[in-house]
Design a protein around this ligand. Structure first.
Ligand code: MN
Length: 288
């Protein structure tokens, strides 16, 4: 049984909002393993201008397909990330960052969040960039976790996989039967016999030990992992497990508390948090 989810266009915060296609989370699709958020943008001539903003309880994974993005964070990182390179920022208890595209020409890429397990959710923040990622059988770049016997050097906190698949003809991807999986079509691709339109996501569930994909000249993102045990409260840029946790993070950001540090180079400009809704935030239902 394959369930297909479509993205919705949402503005990405910044001086001039750019629109991105958000396919996760949505109703019926709170997480795939610990993957809890999936945006894709472009390909089009666009500028990413996202001023400093905070995160908690998650890792951000940035994977450009075209164009370069400058990342600056409260840990002092100031790096360019370009196609083939992975930026991984672990927010833990709190971090803040900004992201600006710096190249001319089309911008195309993917941004994901990975929820941290309860015992690591408040860990110290960290940033890493990987310019060399391993490739499974010449067609799958392993961004996070493991695919078959190939493991990414990126730091993970739960068993998972994230891989960028280049599909010329037909390929077979090994899966872990006890994990749940999903495929995002970066271009139109056929996934286990189902034609998946560009930007759509196929949720595959658990219990598969391999997956057939085909396309004349296609690209897709494979995501998977151990089904995430916790119901998450996700609001704005925060991942937590209760309303009070999120409210405390929001208050700390609004107060410019040390919790989120300082991102150099923006003269104090930052994205203010929106107001909390008038009701208590509740967790997204898990699929189980
Ligand atoms: Mn961010």
């Amino acid at each position: 049984m394959i369930e297909v989810f479509k993205p919705r266009a949402v503005p990405l915060g910044g001086l001039r909002a750019m629109r991105v296609d958000r396919v996760m989370p949505q109703r019926g699709l709170p997480t795939v393993g610990a993957w809890c958020f999936l945006d894709s943008f472009g390909p089009k001539d666009d500028r990413m201008r996202v001023l400093p903003h905070p995160h908690t309880g998650l890792q951000t994974v940035t994977w450009p397909l075209a164009g370069e993005i400058r990342h600056r964070d409260s840990l002092g990182s100031d790096v360019l990330v370009r196609p083939g390179h992975l930026n991984l920022m672990t927010a833990g208890h709190g971090v803040s960052h900004s992201e600006f595209s710096v190249s001319d020409g089309p911008l195309h890429g993917i941004q994901l969040w990975v929820a941290l397990p309860a015992d690591r959710a408040a860990m110290a923040p960290a940033f890493e960039q990987h310019t060399e990622l391993p490739v499974y059988q010449d067609f799958a770049t392993v961004l996070m976790g493991s695919l078959g016997d190939v493991t990414s050097p990126a730091t993970t906190h739960t068993p998972l996989v994230g891989a960028d698949l280049t599909i010329t003809g037909a390929v077979v991807v090994p899966l872990r039967q006890e994990h749940e999986h999903a495929v995002l079509a970066v271009t139109d691709v056929t996934v286990a016999g189902v034609e998946l339109r560009r930007g759509h996501l196929a949720y595959l569930g658990t219990g598969r030990h391999e997956l057939d994909l085909s396309a004349e000249n296609g690209r897709a993102l494979l995501l998977g992992g151990e089904p995430f045990p916790d119901e998450l409260v996700m609001w704005w840029n925060f991942v937590g497990r209760s309303h009070d946790e999120i409210a405390a993070a929001r208050a700390a950001w609004q107060a410019a508390d040390d919790r989120f540090g300082h991102v150099a180079g923006h003269d104090g400009a930052r994205i203010p948090a929106p107001g909390l809704p008038g009701v208590r935030l509740t967790p997204r239902q898990t699929r189980r």
